[in-house]
Design a protein around this ligand. Structure first.
Ligand SMILES: C[S@@+](CC[C@H](N)C(=O)[O-])C[C@H]1O[C@@H](n2cnc3c(N)ncnc32)[C@H](O)[C@@H]1O
Length: 219
């Protein structure tokens, strides 16, 4: 059973993350057509599905799992756990590989507790280390093979810069919410590319996904 979020968060004005978590729970995690607005690169967002406006599109979740089985990362870092759904999809990939570890951080304590409960009942906890801290303070040991940046939009650039020295040059960097409508993350990825730090591909999904690699890995 999940935590009773409505009761946990009380009746005061809900923070967006808390509101979306409550809605996710009251809808019994039903999947609905994606409702982010059409963009020139993705004119039919309704062809995608989503749990809610925070969790990555279902097709992106499938992509994350497949990416994990395709590149077989030993260390995955995720920023922005939210409900833990994306963490669990990547953990499915680690389980299929038979190795790998995901370190995922969520700085909101209530959101973190909810994700912790979900991970505990998932049967995938052995692949996951959840941290209740900010991505801008979190220390992770080791070489990162896959970075999934999915926290607060304005800090995604900082996150990538912060973890860049630790990222495997042959590994991958993913930045979610990089659509032309959401602008900020797309601009951050293009700036990092212009500076010669990464090479980026912009996947035309409803919310946009950057798939990038450190420039030094392109030898
Ligand atoms: C878009 S949601 C993450 C969705 C999740 N990755 C998924 O697809 O299922 C963003 C989350 O990042 C958290 N967050 C915002 N700033 C953060 C930071 N600096 N460090 C860690 N988490 C942060 C928010 O509380 C929110 O739960």
């Amino acid at each position: 059973m999940g935590l009773k979020l409505g009761r946990l968060f009380g009746k005061k004005k809900l923070k967006q993350e808390h509101k979306v978590l409550s809605q996710l729970q009251s809808r019994h995690e039903a999947v609905v057509p994606e409702y982010h607005r059409p963009t020139p690169e993705c004119p039919h967002p309704e062809r995608w599905s989503m749990y809610d406006s925070m969790t990555a599109e279902v097709e992106v979740l499938e992509f994350l799992r497949t990416l994990v089985t395709t590149i077989k990362p030993e260390l995955i870092v995720e920023t922005g756990t939210f409900s833990g759904i994306s963490t669990l999809w990547m953990a499915e990939g680690c389980k299929a590989n038979g190795f790998g570890r995901i370190v995922s951080c969520e700085f909101d304590p209530l959101v973190y507790e909810n994700a912790k409960a979900r991970v505990a009942r998932s049967g995938l906890a052995e692949w996951i280390e959840l941290r209740n801290e900010s991505s801008l303070e979190m220390a992770v040991e080791g070489r990162i093979d896959l970075l999934y940046s999915d926290s607060d939009l304005p800090i995604r650039e900082q996150e990538v810069r912060r973890f860049l020295p630790q990222i495997n040059p042959y590994g991958l960097i993913l930045m979610h919410d990089a659509s032309s409508h959401l602008k900020e993350v797309r601009a951050a990825a293009l700036k990092l590319e212009q500076e010669g730090l990464i090479s980026a591909v912009l996947l035309p999904t409803p919310r946009g996904l950057v798939v990038a690699q450190k420039r030094e890995g392109r030898r």
